[in-house]
Design a protein around this ligand. Structure first.
Ligand code: E4P
Length: 221
């Protein structure tokens, strides 16, 4: 399973990269706004700064909503860095744009996916990644992990190469559920990635190991 971090915060991206387990980054317009990034020039410079930190794919979302504008914006984004993946919303124009980018060999991430039908369409259009938002489904009392299962079954039935990028991950149980189902990638905040490190028995076990070592070391002296 690949680990992507879902943020535009450079310090968080660096911390995840330094842990040695990061495979890529996803951003969206809300995450960019959270960092106070706006204006074409600033946005592009920020994507370049992210690409300079990580080794894997970096999803940059288009703001455009029409096919023609999405193509123009996506083509401007991909020249920023080889790591850029054009993130396109699941709309009629978005599907057409994904097909266009796929035929041009440009990687895409189809975002805002909430149903198996949408995921099937994204795969048929040639999306590199499909992003089902499991946390937002859970927020409206719909089982987000069940959607990951459904998409896994559909893609395996037909051998689609599109990767399932489980998005809107809120906690480690989401992440582990996706790992058990076989999602190809998960994207979540730094806190979720770091939460995997912790277990109270690890903490108490380490305290005990170090205390035992110290006790015997003192006896030998
Ligand atoms: C995916 O690429 C999105 O950026 C993200 O996972 C959305 O998550 P949220 O529902 O926590 O905003």
């Amino acid at each position: 399973m690949q680990f992507f971090i879902d943020t535009a915060n450079l310090a968080d991206i660096k911390e995840a990269q330094d842990l040695g387990v990061l495979d890529g980054v996803t951003t969206n317009p809300s995450l960019m706004a959270k960092e106070g990034i706006s204006g074409d020039e600033n946005v592009r410079n920020h994507y370049k700064a992210i690409c300079a930190i990580v080794e894997g794919d970096v999803s940059a979302e288009v703001i455009s909503t029409t096919y023609t504008e999405m193509i123009k914006e996506g083509e401007e984004l991909v020249v920023l860095d080889d790591k850029i993946v054009v993130k396109v919303p699941m709309t009629k124009d978005g599907v057409k744009a994904i097909k266009y980018f796929s035929q041009k060999g440009i990687k895409t991430n189809c975002t805002l996916v909430f149903s198996g039908g949408q995921a099937l369409l994204a795969a048929k259009a040639g999306a590199t990644y499909v992003s089902p938002f499991i946390g937002r489904l859970d927020d409206i009392s719909v089982d987000g992990l069940a959607l990951i299962e459904e998409i896994r079954e559909i893609y395996d039935n037909y051998g689609f190469a599109t990767k399932i990028l489980a998005a809107s991950i809120r906690h480690s149980a989401h992440l582990l559920g996706c790992a058990k189902i076989g999602a190809d990638v998960m994207t979540g905040p730094l806190s979720v990635i770091m939460s995997l490190v912790n277990h109270p028995l690890t903490d108490s076990g380490l305290v005990q190991f170090l205390a035992d070592h110290e006790r015997v070391a003192k006896q030998i002296k």
